[in-house]
Design a binder for this molecule. Structure first.
Ligand code: 5RP
Length: 277
């Protein structure tokens, strides 16, 4: 079970504690709260930025960094660009987890490399779609799961940054997509097999579409398709599920990131929480 510590925020960013404790907090032994006279309501983006800024405090000059993908990870990349431009950080090498992140980092003059050239990464920072009490994750709703998993598996530390809407008591429990990247060849065959694998969890499998109003499939940076799995009930044994998915011919990667996160920084109305194993 993860342990939890709360960070005191500056007076400008203090919150009123939420009335209902999160499942995660109920499962931890320690519980703290941050009280304030003034209680600004922060937007989801502001919460993401708070988590991102906190994570970047762990970055030291000279590090090789895994750069995540998604709206929260984009705040991390922005902050790194800013610290490099002012000289507060130097000698950073970034390994991007998607073409999108590569473009953003390049536009901020962050020096970039690849896993081929830098197979050992000091620290990766990335967002997540779901975070459970063991710090296991669902990732990949942004479509970058394959590169994210490769980069994060090669990292000595992996910090997850998220707002508190990502907390779940069981993976797959948000009712939102759990992505599986599959080869284009006979994708429907694998979609049917994946749905069948999780029949007893009420799983519905859907091919992800490009989202441009057409019926065109979404194509990943690796030229694959994504089958999104929607569960009525959470996955009971993530490791067993991941193993069974990976065993299917034509499956490239799945969005279960198990035992990979070293800490999770969650920003919510009660403040910024750092959960570590
Ligand atoms: O896994 C991811 C992309 O493949 C993202 O990290 C995840 O989807 C969270 O994104 P966001 O920070 O925009 O909510």
């Amino acid at each position: 079970m993860a342990s939890l510590s709360f960070l005191h925020l500056s007076s400008a960013t203090r919150f009123t504690p939420r009335a209902t404790p999160l499942n995660h907090r109920a499962r931890t032994q320690k519980s703290f709260s941050i009280r304030s006279q003034s209680a600004p309501v922060l937007s989801q983006d502001e919460l993401k930025k708070l988590a991102a800024d906190k994570a970047v405090e762990s970055v030291k000059s000279g590090m090789v960094l895994g750069l995540g993908t998604g709206s929260t990870a984009a705040f991390v990349v922005d902050k790194l660009g800013q610290l490099l431009s002012t000289g507060q950080l130097s000698n950073i090498v970034g390994i991007p987890t998607s073409k999108r992140t590569q473009e953003q980092a390049a536009s901020l003059n962050i020096p970039l490399s690849t896993l081929d050239l830098h197979p050992h990464i000091d620290l990766a920072i990335d967002g997540a779609d779901e975070v459970d009490p063991n710090l296991d994750l669902v990732k990949g709703r942004g479509g970058a799961l394959l590169r994210e998993k490769m980069v994060e598996a090669a990292s000595s530390s992996f910090i997850v940054v998220a707002d508190d809407s990502k907390l779940v008591s069981g993976l797959g429990g948000s009712g939102l997509a759990m992505p599986v990247e599959v080869v284009q060849f006979c994708w429907k065959y694998n979609l049917v097999r994946l749905e069948g694998l999780f029949k007893e969890l009420g799983c519905e499998a859907k091919l992800r579409l490009a989202g441009d109003g057409s019926e065109k499939p979404y194509v990943t940076d690796n030229m694959n398709y994504i089958v999104d799995l929607y569960f009525k009930n959470p996955i009971k044994d993530g490791f067993a599920a991941g193993k069974e998915i990976s065993a299917m011919e034509g499956v490239v990667e799945h969005g279960l990131f198990l035992g990979m996160a070293t800490s999770v920084i969650i920003a919510g109305k009660t403040g910024v929480e750092v959960m570590t194993k």
